[in-house]
Ligand binder design. Structure first.
Ligand code: MG
Length: 271
């Protein structure tokens, strides 16, 4: 089976230092966690940034600082920036402001709307198309964030219309309260709905984390993990990004798959 790509989702929009003191929120902390996790096996960094008050933001200059530091420190990890709906204003300009930064190779793109626990994951048709267009203009490959099956179907539609270009890469975000549950049956169905030639990650949110990692490994998919997806390692232990990456590496090896280095991942993802 193909080598497995591990994506590190180091910070996300939800965790805070008070929820989990290991959450990287400053530029220094974010870059340090990316470096540590790259050395442990992560090939992609799914980058979110925080403002001075730890609040999630899409601010261009903060993304720029992270990308610059990764270049300066010669970290070869794939840079994937987040265009998610919880980084402040929900406008095309605000959410896509970092997409022309040098060094960004991938970006997240939701192809539909759903609920988060306390807000709406609002992605209008106009916003999806505009963000996709800006990504392709800047040589960025979208990672389709599918919080439900309908978002895969919509990606297929956008592929047919030429708004998305294949081969597509998906991240199945399983078990967000308000969207699809993280069950084996649901994941199987999502995999079966993929357009031919697609690659996919699985993100098991919260309690679904370990089961979804196992499923992704068996099904020939790839794995996303990090404090964005789960803040506890098990019932009694707070996680760190390094602990979460190490677990994926151990599980993958037990199943007889190898871990992809960033350059191998670039080939698998057709970057
Ligand atoms: Mg994200």
């Amino acid at each position: 089976m193909e080598k497995l790509i591990i994506t590190l989702a180091h910070t996300g929009n939800v965790p805070t230092k008070s929820l989990n003191p290991h959450t990287p929120v400053t530029i220094d902390e974010i870059v340090e966690d990316i470096k540590v996790c790259r050395n442990l096996g992560a090939a992609v960094a799914h980058i979110h940034v925080r403002d001075e008050e730890e609040k999630p933001t899409s601010r261009r200059n903060l993304f720029e600082k992270v990308l610059k530091r990764l270049d300066e420190e010669k970290v070869d990890i794939i840079r994937q920036v987040s265009t998610g709906a919880r980084g402040g204003e929900n406008t095309i300009e605000w959410r896509g402001q970092m997409l022309d930064l040098p060094g960004a190779e991938m970006a997240s793109l939701s192809t539909g709307s759903s609920n988060f626990p306390t807000s709406v994951n609002a992605n209008s048709p106009e916003l999806i198309e505009a963000l996709a267009k800006k990504m392709y203009e800047n040589g960025i490959k979208p990672e389709i964030e599918a919080f439900d099956v309908g978002m895969i179907d919509n990606a297929r539609r956008l592929l047919k219309k030429g708004i998305l270009k294949g081969p597509l890469h998906f991240n199945f975000v399983m078990n967000v309260p308000g969207a699809i549950a993280g069950t084996p049956k649901n994941l199987m169905h999502m995999v079966e709905c993929l357009p031919q030639g697609s690659t996919f990650n699985v993100s098991g949110i919260g309690a679904s984390q370990v089961n979804m990692i196992g499923m992704a490994i068996i099904l020939g998919g790839h794995v996303r993990t990090g404090l964005e997806d789960v803040i506890k390692y098990d019932k009694n232990t707070l996680a760190s990004n390094a602990m979460l990456i190490e677990r994926v590496v151990r599980m993958t090896k037990e199943f007889g798959r190898e871990i992809a280095a960033p350059d191998e991942a670039r080939k698998i993802l057709s970057l």
